[in-house]
Ligand binder design. Structure first.
Ligand code: SIN
Ligand code: MN
Length: 277
């Protein structure tokens, strides 16, 4: 999203030039117009114009709240790589944040232990998984689906606040995810090319957070087959799969076991947050 800003002691006026396709927009959202912006945080007028030192929250027409970061006279959102419509935020989480998130996940796994699901075709999946949130993702002979309980019969634990904060920053402050799927890739684990299509509303992106060992992430097309592109996802990288790429095939070909020291015993954790219904 690009914004033109005009300084006023009481509010900032921002003209939204381009809608951000990854932010969920209520029906009727106008892509271009003037948004009054409540000023929070600390600002000063620098040599190049207005500089934001703090964080700015804004609301467009009362339907789309977002968070933007300003580094100079211009407004910048966070940098990302764009591969076939997937946004890859390199190193969004620093090592301290990654370690804190791993601690949070220990709490999740204590309440909802990892399990090895079976594919509908009766083969064990190579990744181990669990979930947090209202729903957990499940696979067995009955198929792929979301369920409200862990296989041990208990509800899934809450999604860690740290994960929700990342969602709020990159996706929406209005609506949280219903499911945070936690995948663990041990040595030799991989995930075949697939679409994420068990959700009711594809206008919400899937947000993915990578922790631990590097994983070779493959991005295909919205239909099976065709050329693909691959990128190594590193610990702390965050990917948004949304907009026209929401149903793009993707998978993980392999991990570089032991390439990161984040997890004592090695391996890769990937969190995917989804709006389910
Ligand atoms: C997934 O597609 O569910 C996982 C992707 C990843 O592990 O990076
Ligand atoms: Mn997926």
């Amino acid at each position: 999203m690009t914004l033109d800003m005009f300084f006023d002691p009481f509010y900032l006026k921002a003209i939204v030039r381009t809608p951000d396709p990854f932010r969920h927009q209520a029906p009727g959202f106008e892509a271009e117009g003037i948004a009054r912006t409540a000023l929070r945080g600390v600002y000063r007028q620098g040599a190049t114009g207005l500089q934001a030192l703090g964080e700015l929250r804004f609301r467009n027409f009362g339907v789309n709240r977002g968070r933007i970061f300003s580094e100079s006279a211009g407004i910048m959102t966070r940098d990302y790589l764009n591969i076939r419509g997937f946004r890859i935020y390199r190193g969004l989480l620093d090592t301290t944040e990654q370690a804190a998130l791993v601690e949070d996940l220990r709490g999740v796994v204590a309440q909802a232990p990892m399990f090895s699901p079976m594919t509908p075709y009766g083969k064990p999946m190579r990744v181990r998984m669990t979930s947090a949130g209202k729903y957990g993702w499940m696979s067995d002979k009955r198929g792929y689906r979301y369920v409200t309980e862990h296989p041990d019969g208990r509800p899934w634990p809450a999604i860690p606040g740290r994960v929700l904060e990342i969602w709020q920053e990159l996706v929406s402050a209005e609506r949280g995810p219903d499911c945070c799927l936690v995948n663990y890739y041990g040595e030799g684990a991989k995930m075949g090319l697939h679409q994420d299509r068990d959700e009711a509303d594809f206008s919400w992106p899937v947000l993915s957070i990578s922790l631990g060992d590097e994983g070779l992430f493959r991005i295909g097309n919205t239909t099976r087959g065709g050329k693909t592109e691959s990128i190594w996802l590193l610990s702390g990288d965050v990917v948004l799969m949304g907009g026209a790429a929401r149903l793009t095939y993707h998978g993980v070909d392999k991990i570089r076991f032991g390439s990161s020291s984040l997890l004592e015993k090695g391996g890769r954790i990937n969190l995917t947050c989804r709006v389910v219904d």
